[in-house]
Every structure is written in structure tokens, then in C-alpha cells.
Design a protein around this ligand. Structure first.
Ligand code: PEP
Ligand code: CO
Length: 460
């Protein structure tokens, strides 16, 4: 059985020559119903003439770093919004970045290795939906598919797919990326300052005592470095951070329009982000998403849920990474806390046997969503931490590398997930439930997760 399906995928990839449009010959799930008046084609032409958002050389740097993570020499922290909004303020974007950098410092210290920082940011605008339409009362309208396609309000005009949103998404991504580059390169987020923010969190958290030892250890290390004559404010490696962008490559029209041939290598890169991933709903081996992404040289991710078979996972590795390049494929498992210890081990064993150099990462969010009594979609902090623990346990048993985590978070003080140090409960959800899609960890819950993961990785 394994042989038949993987063989046919490989055959498909070999007999079919790739180009940026070749995905159009395959079935593409989760695409919107665009108007047929020529607007889309015209918009795509304009988009195709825009400058790239990221550069091939940057994507290659990230590939090398993810390769290191796949060997256990670095750890990937991939995090950000579930669905970015066109209306996000600069402060909100800055706060999201700040939380990711704070988490990274904790994880770097605990793991004793570099943390590769990749945001779900500057392009995370398209969302897969379980249903094409949404019904409220007796009105049925197209589902909200992310700001790159339509708007969240429940009216016919807001839910119509609007091609000009592709250009708005490009411009938003460019502006966000500009902020990211300024924030991470301009010295604002130097190590000392990030550590100070963490100390404030520890001092202020009801369970801060638990994290105090780690924070004090980091404090001592910084003092030691200063005593040795290292100027923390001047040392570029300490006040500049490498931060990469990523999003789900869902809307293939957009991704194709931003795909460019690298002048140095002659290879194709999808210049909408450094790293692109394929979602759980669009990872079909004979589908358009695999077809499109196999031809660009960016590092790629693929979500792997509880229904994924060994055939699926090995097939994905063969289709996306026939040359077995380290850092090329990141498999992001999202099994649910209850399933991970049962579902992950067979996949780890099968991939190990093929010799594919996969970077395994845990997304402990998407398999743990449930609806609270008041109707809000939520996730429990304990389930999130439990899935991460199950992920590490499974890798330890299989002799494979648990190489990173993938989270949905915001720096804003939202109440979307329950649990964590502040003990948010179901009845708190309505206070500040702001997400346009899935429930995100707020800044304090995200740091709680980082300290919990730090405990796990420092015991390895
Ligand atoms: C997501 O990452 O927001 C998402 C939709 O995940 P998945 O494809 O794993 O369901
Ligand atoms: Co999500």
C-alpha cells in the first residue's frame, strides 16, 4: 500500500514539468469564488509587477537554520496571528513581535541553542474554512476567508470576494515587514531590554515564583557577560535579531503572482514570505498546493493532523523534497493532546526509515479547539502544554528530534484561550474576544507556554 501511493506521487512529479502556473492543472481546494468580470486577472497582473517582499538569499539563510533545527542544533519558534487583520495597529504588531522575542530569550537560555524566529506575520491573510457558507438566522452568505479575500462583517457586500484585496494584502504585508525589520534591526529589542520585559512578567504573574529561578539565571548570565567587557547595547549579535516571515500558502493566485526567478541561482522563489506552509485541509498529494510549492525553493511546512497516514506523510516528503535537503521540509504536527502519543510515533518511525531529513514541530493549538458553553471557540492552556509534552515524549522514545513549536498568539490582552497563570475561565471569554478566526494565546499565556517549554527542554 505504501509503495503504490508514494510511487504514483513521485511519478506525477517527475512526468509533470513545473512552472509557476502548473498548479492550475490540479484541483485547488479552499479557493474563493472570484468575480468573473476580468478584475482578478487585471489585479494579478499588477501584483506580478510589484517588487518581491522577501529575497531569495534570506530564504536560503532560513533554510540553513531550519536544517540546524532538524539536527537538534537549533529550535524553531514559529508564532503569530491565526488570521492577520488589515486593521491591526502598529502597536499591536509591535507587541506581537515583542512577545515572540521574549519567548525566544527564555527558550534560547533553557535549550542552550539558537532559537530560529519565524512569525506568522506579514502575509497570514487567507483562511481555510470548514464550510463555504455561513448561515445566521435565515441568511446564508459566503464564509469569511481572511482579509485578502473578503471582510468579516455579515453582509453581502462584505462577504463578496474582492480582487483588489490582493493588492491591499501585498501593501499591508510590505508595511508590516517594514515594521518587523525596523523593530528587530534597529536596536529596540536588544537582549537586555527583552530580558527586562520578561522580568516584569515574572514579577507580575501570579505564578511568577515558578519562573523566577530561570529569570534569575538569565540575569546572572547577562551580568557575567557585561563583567567580561561585552557591551550588550553595542554587540550587533545581541541587539539585532534575525526574524523571518511565514504564512499558509493557501491562496495560490497570490502566491503565483509573487513568485520570482532568483537572478543568482536561476531558481524560483515565492517572494511573499521566507517560509510557506500547506494547511491540513490542502495537503492532498495530487492537489494544487503540493504542486505549486514543490517548485519553489523556499523552506516549506506542512500541517499534519490526526488523520494523516504514513503514506500521506512519506508522500509529502517525497513530493516536496525528493533531494532530501535539510531544512526544506518542516512537518507541523497538530494531533490534539489526546491523540498525539498514539498518532505521532508511527509517523516518526516511518519517516525515520526513509531517511528524509524532516524538521518536526508541534502545533499544539489546532487539535485542541472546542466550543465553550457560551459559544466561543476556545483552547485550554493545559491541553496546549500537554500536547507539547506528548510531542517531546514521542520524539524521545523514537530517537528523533523535537525541533520546535508553532503557536497562535497576540501581544494584546485578549481573552480567547482559557487557563494559564492568570487562570482565565470560560466565563472570562466574552471580555476581550477579538480574533477573526481561531482563539490565540494572549501575551501572558504565551510567555507561560515559553516557561513551560523551557522546563521541558532544560530537562532533556
Ligand atoms: C492555521 O494554522 O491557522 C490552520 C488553519 O491550521 P490547520 O491547517 O492545521 O488546520
Ligand atoms: Co488557526
Amino acid at each position: 500500500m505504501v509503495r503504490v501511493s508514494t510511487f504514483s506521487t513521485t511519478l506525477n512529479a517527475v512526468t509533470n514539468t513545473w512552472n509557476p502556473q502548473s498548479w492550475r492543472n490540479f484541483s485547488a481546494l479552499q479557493q474563493p469564488a472570484w468575480p468573473t468580470d476580468g478584475d482578478l486577472e487585471q489585479t494579478l497582473k499588477i501584483l506580478g509587477d510589484q517588487p518581491p517582499l522577501v529575497f531569495a538569499g534570506e530564504a536560503r539563510d532560513l533554510l540553513d537554520k531550519l536544517g540546524a533545527a532538524s539536527r537538534g542544533e537549533a529550535f524553531l519558534l514559529q508564532a503569530g496571528d491565526c488570521a492577520e487583520s488589515f486593521e491591526s495597529s502598529a502597536d499591536s504588531i509591535r507587541d506581537r513581535l515583542q512577545v515572540i522575542l521574549q519567548m525566544a530569550v527564555v527558550l534560547t537560555y533553557a535549550g542552550g541553542m539558537p532559537v530560529v524566529k519565524v512569525g506568522r506575520i506579514a502575509g497570514q491573510f487567507a483562511k481555510p474554512r470548514s464550510s463555504d457558507t455561513e448561515t445566521q438566522g435565515n441568511v446564508e452568505l459566503p464564509s469569511f476567508r481572511g482579509h485578502i479575500i473578503n471582510d468579516i462583517g455579515f453582509s453581502e457586500s462584505e462577504r463578496r470576494a474582492q480582487p483588489n484585496r490582493l493588492l491591499m494584502a501585498y501593501n499591508r504585508a510590505a508595511a508590516t515587514l517594514n515594521l518587523v525589520r525596523a523593530f528587530t534591526r534597529g536596536g529596540y529589542a536588544d537582549l537586555n531590554r527583552v530580558h527586562q520585559w520578561n522580568q516584569e512578567f515574572v514579577a507580575d504573574s501570579p505564578i511568577g515564583e515558578k519562573y523566577e529561578t530561570l529569570a534569575t539565571d538569565i540575569e546572572r548570565s547577562l551580568a557575567f557577560m557585561t563583567a567580561c567587557g561585552i557591551d550588550l547595547n553595542r554587540e550587533a549579535s545581541l541587539n539585532e535579531v534575525d526574524f523571518y516571515t511565514s504564512h499558509e500558502a493557501l491562496l495560490l493566485d497570490y502566491e503565483e503572482a509573487l513568485t520570482r526567478k532568483d537572478s543568482i541561482t536561476g531558481d524560483w522563489y515565492d517572494c511573499s514570505a521566507h517560509m510557506l506552509w500547506i494547511g491540513e485541509r490542502t495537503r492532498q498529494l495530487d492537489g494544487a498546493h503540493i504542486e505549486f510549492l514543490r517548485g519553489v525553493k523556499n523552506p516549506l511546512g506542512c500541517k499534519v493532523g490526526p488523520t494523516a497516514t504514513v503514506d500521506d506523510v512519506v508522500g509529502i516528503c517525497e513530493a516536496l523534497n525528493p533531494d532530501k535537503i535539510e531544512g526544506r521540509v518542516t512537518l507541523i504536527t497538530r494531533m490534539g493532546a489526546e491523540s498525539i502519543r498514539e498518532k505521532l510515533p508511527p509517523l516518526l518511525a516511518a519517516v525515520k526509515e526513509t531517511g528524509h531529513p524532516v524538521l518536526w514541530v508541534s502545533d499544539p493549538m489546532h487539535g485542541n479547539t472546542y466550543t465553550a458553553p457560551d459559544g466561543h471557540k476556545t483552547r485550554h492552556f493545559d491541553a496546549i502544554v500537554d500536547e507539547i509534552a506528548g510531542f517531546f515524549e514521542s520524539h524521545q522514545k523514537a530517537g528523533t528530534i523535537a525541533g520546535g513549536i508553532h503557536l497562535e498568539l497576540t501581544g494584546d490582552a485578549v481573552t480567547e484561550c482559557v487557563g494559564g497563570g492568570d487562570g482565565l475561565g470560560d466565563s472570562d471569554l466574552a471580555q476581550a474576544y477579538e480574533t477573526m478566526c481561531d482563539p490565540r494565546l494572549n501575551g501572558r499565556q504565551a510567555l507561560d507556554v515559553a516557561f513551560r517549554v523551557a522546563e521541558i527542554i532544560s530537562q532533556r
